[in-house]
Unconditional design. Structure first.
Lengths: 419, 107
């Protein structure tokens, strides 16, 4: 490793964790962490939940105190964006004009919300997306105060969490989803149905298999109507669009790196330039759990990949094989997903979906690929461990009356000595 | 305010003052103590803020609820009878002098 050090572009969870993991491994070179937001790295998951209700402040969102950066000799460049990578000169040029030479470059550029390609969506005020702290602050301002009519476009994680939060705050909420069920790509049908039932019980209007065709505003340019296919017009004071994200790959593409719904990386999260890594929401990597390249959007994925990239930079490369997991909180439901459930051909439900505590075990060709749990955190945690070590848990065993995953906890791998 | 001691598997010992109502997890983050990940930010979802309470502890810890108990089944290092999620341990004067041991791995 030369004297130029490591430049990390993107100061979200993955970028910050890369810098921290490098120092944790004893890396002593220069580390520069570049972020386009004018704040220290913060947690995003509460932005659709506790931050909107006021249960959490912006300060409490900070992943590390400000003192962390000086204490670990990490140069945090915030409110600045990387404009260009010069691969030959191994330099990143920032929009401010600063150029940062690197020995290794890490792209942790994240993703941005997709917008709604319908008339009115771009021009009207009161049409928001939710990704960053600034988005959440705008939204919080509008959700504080008298009840409003909120239309959420998209029944994904962000949309449904936001719908639950807005109901909690007393707003009138309609969710419009183009697919026939909520979270169709991410969840099993039984889990989708349970989530939707929960929202209906809470008084949310959930419209499935419906497309938004246009947004209409009043004379001041403020949104007031969401028009659906078939002509129905839903009155709205506020519209939040949660129809997925696009990975931020422009910087990589302009530098000639291989991209395609994400920056393409190998099992060590290296791009086709050996000096450049990519990780987190922006990276498409070969997952042994999926059996193909995937791009995942989660804290765990960003954080786990950060550790992997730091290891590679420190000369101890290991393939990234961590079990993916995800969580969501809506009303009293704690939804946790271990593994990747897409492509399953068999499911076994344990517990009672209508009783508020159940798990869906997903199998492909008889092998466990993932477990979705509601309010059964032991199932989730044990499933993560089983999936990490390779499980021979058979569907018939899970189907047996009285099945309890707690009896499948591995024998202790290690015990901490307290001598 | 309470003095909390974090003991690393490497033998490193860090003693810091943590102010109420921060949790033992947040106390580690605020003081740049490594070895606690807390990927879920402290909502008892992930089990990556696992600690072992010191054997000699006599301080009154808050009771463990069923969620915490369940999450501890999934920690990277096996649970023992001294395992807790540090995000579920709010600091108070009563916890002054608490000693926790960090596991070898959190994820």
């Amino acid at each position: 490793m030369g004297p130029r050090g490591v430049v990390v572009v993107g100061a979200g969870q993955g970028g910050l964790d890369t810098a921290a993991a490098l120092r944790g491994r004893g890396y002593t070179g220069r580390i520069t962490l570049v972020g386009d937001e004018p704040v220290v790295p913060y947690q995003r998951p509460p932005l659709s939940k506790g931050f909107l209700t006021g249960a959490m402040t912006a300060g409490e969102l900070e992943l590390r105190p400000r003192s962390f950066f000086a204490a670990h000799d990490i140069e945090l460049v915030s409110g600045n964006r990387a404009a260009k990578i010069d691969r030959e000169g191994r330099t990143v040029l920032l929009e401010s004009g600063t150029s940062l030479p690197y020995d290794r470059l890490v792209l942790a550029t994240g993703a941005r919300p997709r917008t709604l390609p319908v008339p009115g969506a771009a021009a009207l005020s009161g049409v928001l997306t939710l990704r960053g702290l600034a988005d959440a602050e705008r939204l919080r301002e509008r959700l504080t105060g008298p009840p409003r009519r909120l239309v959420v476009v998209g029944a994904g994680f962000i949309g449904l969490e936001l719908a639950a939060t807005a109901r909690k705050l007393g707003h009138e909420v309609t969710v419009v989803e183009a697919q026939a069920r909520a979270l169709a790509r991410a969840l099993t049908p039984v889990m989708s149905a349970r989530l939707v039932a929960e929202h209906l019980d809470a008084g949310v209007r959930v419209l499935l298999s419906r497309e938004v065709t246009a947004l209409w505003g009043d004379s001041s340019g403020r949104v007031e109507v969401v028009e659906l296919d078939g002509g129905e017009r839903v009155p709205a004071d506020l519209v939040v669009v949660g129809v997925g994200v696009l990975p931020n790959t422009e910087l990589a593409a302009a530098a000639g790196l291989q991209v395609g719904d994400g920056v393409i990386v190998d099992a060590h999260l290296r791009t086709d330039d050996p000096d450049i890594h990519a990780l987190g929401d922006c990276a498409r990597f070969p997952s042994p759990h999926a059996g193909r390249h995937v791009r995942l959007e989660s804290v765990q994925n960003a954080s786990g990949q950060a550790a992997c990239v730091a290891a590679a930079i420190c000369g101890e490369p290991v393939a990234y094989t961590a079990v993916p997991w995800f969580w969501s909180e809506q009303y009293a439901l704690r939804l946790q997903i271990a593994g990747l459930t897409a492509g399953h051909d068999e499911t076994v439900v344990v517990g009672d979906p209508d009783g508020g505590r159940f798990s869906v075990f997903c199998f492909r060709e008889g092998r466990l690929t993932g477990v979705e749990s509601v309010n059964r955190p032991a199932d989730h945690g044990i499933a993560r461990r089983l999936l990490a070590t390779g499980s021979d848990l058979a569907p018939d065993e899970v189907r047996r009356p009285g099945f309890d995953l707690k009896t499948h906890v591995h024998t202790p791998r290690e015990r901490l000595s307290h001598a | 305010m309470a003095k909390i001691t974090y003991k690393h598997p490497s033998g490193t010992v860090t003693i810091v003052d943590v102010e109420a109502p921060n949790t033992v997890m947040r106390g580690a983050k605020l003081n740049n103590i490594e070895g606690i990940e807390a990927q879920c930010g402290g909502s008892a979802q992930c089990g990556t803020c696992h600690v072992y309470i010191d054997e000699a502890n006599e301080l009154p810890l808050p009771a463990m609820d069923s969620v915490e108990d369940d999450v501890l089944y999934g920690t990277a290092c096996d649970r023992t009878e001294r395992s807790r999620l540090s995000c579920q341990l709010p600091v108070s004067d009563e916890l002054d002098g608490l000693v926790v041991h960090l596991p070898e791995a959190q994820s």
